[in-house]
Write a protein that binds this ligand. Structure first.
Ligand code: PBG
Length: 332
């Protein structure tokens, strides 16, 4: 093999690191507010911003405040916002009917955003966990999370989100066959321009802990999600899942969590060239901002470094709770 560079001193890598101008000139990767999808938590009420203990700086927002957040995101150049409802425990049932209630929190927030800030893309979450008394993403029968009956419910949830005006549907449930079923239903109902961003390679991860607090699912969850989410030991399986979801009609795919799975991001982008996203999840946010709060890390720098790393790994974009803070820094 040819050496990749001439020997010293013909090659001195420090020449192109000498000044900000030269470093900018040879930078291989860019990061911009247009790379972000901002996940926000929605709750009932008016003019409420309720802090989430394990996610310093992140709040559960009432619908009016979510609209204000969407306005802010749009003015910062963030193209999309992603909604996660904190559902009143009284509305959690075994049949999860609240998931496709046209008046549920997610649908109300979607309509309010699309009316006030039509140019921002709204992404919604498809999975039963916010509505399920068991806290699982699918129906539980005799202790088993059942697949096919869950897919039927996910299709109903998908259509109710599309009717509310969602631009991007984000199935995070990891049931088999859901993308094909959702795509067919969307086409049949005339929603042929609604995108699906599949949580294709979603691992059974302990990094979701703070999120489950944020949406009020921690207390409810019985057992774990290892029979439907991926084993962190697996990489080839992620490629098979992405291939499957793209063939069933996903427009974009996601790897989740992010930082511990950059190898998967790189392999997915390389193998398919499809729009590829990583989700820098709640636990990653908590690690970085928790340490920054204590003065153990430089919060701004680790935030920007971690986001750039996703881009370097090949991601087209990142779902991140840092979206507004990072966009502000990038906009100067
Ligand atoms: C569940 C869902 C989860 C997240 C997004 N959708 C958690 C889970 O699978 O238990 C996690 C996001 C995060 O941790 O930031 N449908």
């Amino acid at each position: 093999m040819q050496p990749l560079h001439a020997p010293f001193p013909a090659t001195r890598f420090r020449r192109t690191r000498k000044s900000p101008a030269l470093r900018a000139l040879v930078a291989e990767t860019t990061l911009a507010p247009s790379d972000f999808i901002w996940p926000v938590f929605v709750r009932d009420g008016e003019d409420v911003a309720e802090p989430i203990a394990s996610m310093p700086g992140v709040n559960r927002l009432s619908v009016d405040r979510v609209v204000a957040a969407a306005r802010e995101a749009h003015s910062l150049g963030i193209p999309a916002i992603c909604l996660f409802p904190y559902t009143d425990p009284a509305l959690k049932t075994a049949d999860c009917a609240e998931a496709w209630n046209p008046e549920n929190l997610s649908n109300r927030a979607t309509r309010a955003i699309k009316e006030a800030v039509p140019d921002i893309a709204v992404m919604t979450d498809v999975a039963l966990d916010p509505y399920n008394i068991d806290g699982h993403d699918g129906f539980v029968e005799d202790g088993v999370i059942v697949n096919d009956r869950t897919v039927e419910a996910l299709v109903k949830q998908t259509l109710s989100q599309a009717r509310a005006g969602a631009d991007i549907i984000g199935p995070s449930d990891m049931m088999d066959g859901r993308i094909g079923a959702m795509r067919a239903a969307l086409e049949a109902e005339g929603f042929d321009t609604v995108c699906i961003l599949s949580y294709a390679a979603k691992y059974a991860s302990a990094f979701y802990g703070p999120f489950r607090d944020a949406v009020g699912a921690s207390g409810a969850l019985k057992g774990d999600k290892t029979t439907y989410q991926m084993n962190p030991a697996n990489g080839d399986e992620a490629l098979r899942l992405v291939a499957r979801d793209l063939s069933e009609g996903a427009d974009m795919v996601m790897v989740k969590p992010g930082m511990a799975y950059l190898d998967i991001c790189a392999r997915v982008k390389e193998a398919f060239g499809a729009p590829t996203f990583a989700y820098q999840v709640s636990g990653e946010y908590a690690m970085l901002s928790g340490a920054a709060e204590r003065g153990w890390l430089d919060g701004e720098r680790v935030m920007m470094e971690s986001l750039m790393a996703f881009r370097r790994a090949g991601c087209d974009g990142i779902l991140t709770y840092f979206a507004p803070a990072a966009a502000k820094l990038l906009n100067g």
